[in-house]
Write a protein that binds this ligand. Structure first.
Ligand code: C6P
Length: 414
């Protein structure tokens, strides 16, 4: 992911920032500095307008009506599937399943794939840095099937211990589920290598891409993974919508996860047969407007270019790291060389919540807490961290305001 700052082409990010009207406001009497992008990114006016237009002019249910308005809504909704296919370089649209977000995507795989292949004594490999969304669904299916969970440990720098991973793999391993970019540490994991090793043992691989897809070019065929999950609301799109990529042959062999309308072929009280993927996994009326919104978000990101976005965010995070390092008593939780746009830290003698509360009064929004990743905080022996997470629409001046506000917060405790 790391890209030299000098490689950034002439993209006018200050002009782009004007698309995000939400940023143009005061919080507690100070200009807002929004550095909680890992929790949810902001939406540009182009995406908001597309969703609004749909509601005003195109709304009807999808996949059901032969009437023109329903056809129009269906076409717009299905257009997103093609955009997602191209955005992550999937082989076909039928590999793109609509879900309500990363959490839903992982639950789908754990229940449908995990529930049908796992047997007593089989093993699922996770990492110590997983978000709860990539832990709890596996614990639930492990309990049901008798499978066991093994965990790849994390080194002091916040990297995966790849030697430990290799020694955990065996012919008992059936699934490896790994986060691409850690929301709590910022570490970018070597998902291609992880996938290759797992495949050597015949295990399937799921990548949690919630924090990678918004920040870098992702190519699922290049990674080689079997499943890949992400959420629209972290990539300039709306809440309530997400994607599960799954290899065609795996999706075709998987049983449905939820029952209802749209996921069936024929229904009778004697026997029900199911639709083909991806529709087999999409029961009920979907979040149509949100799906169309994701399509508009992808158009928006493509217009800027994912490589430009990655380079811009790398510049911001490098500036933040070098300035944060100068603050006495500040310790990074996660200090990998392979870091994406997240800085997670603690400061001696100050609770993270106090940092967050004081700097909020200065208009600065960061997340504090366990970031829904309690095991990795336990690994580093801290109950919570303060986390600044960056997007391409942030500025160096905003990073400087963060640094000043942290120094100000610190002064209360000296
Ligand atoms: N992390 C954060 O502040 P959903 O809620 O389904 O859109 O995404 C869940 C999820 C899964 N994996 C990773 C790596 C994530 O970062 C998240 C969401 C947010 O870090 C909210 S807890």
């Amino acid at each position: 992911m790391a890209q030299a700052v000098k490689d950034i082409p002439a993209v006018d990010f200050l002009k782009i920032r004007k698309d995000f009207s939400v940023l143009d406001q005061e919080i507690n009497g100070k200009p807002l500095v929004y550095l909680d992008n890992a929790a949810s990114s902001q939406m540009p006016v182009q995406v908001a307008k597309r969703i609004d237009d749909y509601h005003r002019k195109e709304h009807a249910n999808v996949h059901r009506g032969i009437h023109t308005l329903s056809q129009k809504a269906t076409d717009a909704f299905e257009e997103t599937r093609k955009k997602v296919r191209d955005f992550i370089n999937a082989d076909s649209e039928s590999e793109i399943v609509y879900t309500t977000g990363t959490t839903d995507s992982i639950n789908l795989v754990a229940n449908s794939y995990g529930g049908s292949v796992l047997k007593k004594g089989d093993e699922i490999i996770l990492t110590e840095m997983e978000h709860h969304a990539n832990i709890v669904p596996w614990q639930m299916v492990a309990e049901r099937t008798g499978a066991k969970i093994k965990v790849i440990p994390v080194t002091d720098s916040g990297d995966l211990d790849m030697d430990a991973y290799k020694s955990l793999l065996s012919d008992r391993t059936k699934i490896v589920a790994v986060v691409h970019v850690s929301n709590a540490l910022g570490t970018v994991n070597p998902v291609k290598e992880i996938t290759e090793r797992a495949h050597e043992q015949g295990a399937a691989v799921l990548i949690d891409g919630a924090q990678s897809v918004p920040h870098q070019k992702v190519d699922v065929q290049e990674i080689g993974c079997d499943f890949f999950a992400f959420s629209a609301h972290k990539m300039c799109g709306p809440t309530g919508f997400g994607i599960l990529y799954g290899k065609k042959e795996l999706l075709e062999a998987m049983p449905p996860y939820r029952g209802g309308g749209d996921m069936i072929d024929k229904v009778s009280f004697e026997e029900t047969t199911y639709n083909v993927p991806p529709f087999r996994f999409e029961a009920g009326t979907p979040p149509i407007a949100a799906g169309i919104g994701l399509g508009a978000a992808i158009d928006y990101l493509n217009q800027i270019g994912m490589d430009n976005i990655a380079a811009r965010e790398q510049e911001l995070v490098e500036h933040a790291v070098s300035e944060l390092k100068k603050i006495k008593g500040l310790r990074f939780i996660g200090n990998s060389d392979q870091r994406a746009s997240v800085c997670s830290f603690v400061i001696d003698g100050i609770h993270a919540t106090d940092i967050g509360t004081i700097i909020d009064k200065e208009g600065i929004a960061v997340r504090t807490g366990h970031h829904c990743a309690q095991p990795i905080l336990k690994r580093f022996n801290v109950p919570s961290t303060a986390r600044a997470s960056f997007s391409f629409y942030n500025t160096k001046e905003e990073v400087d305001r963060l640094i000043n506000a942290i120094r100000y917060a610190k002064s209360f405790f000296e």
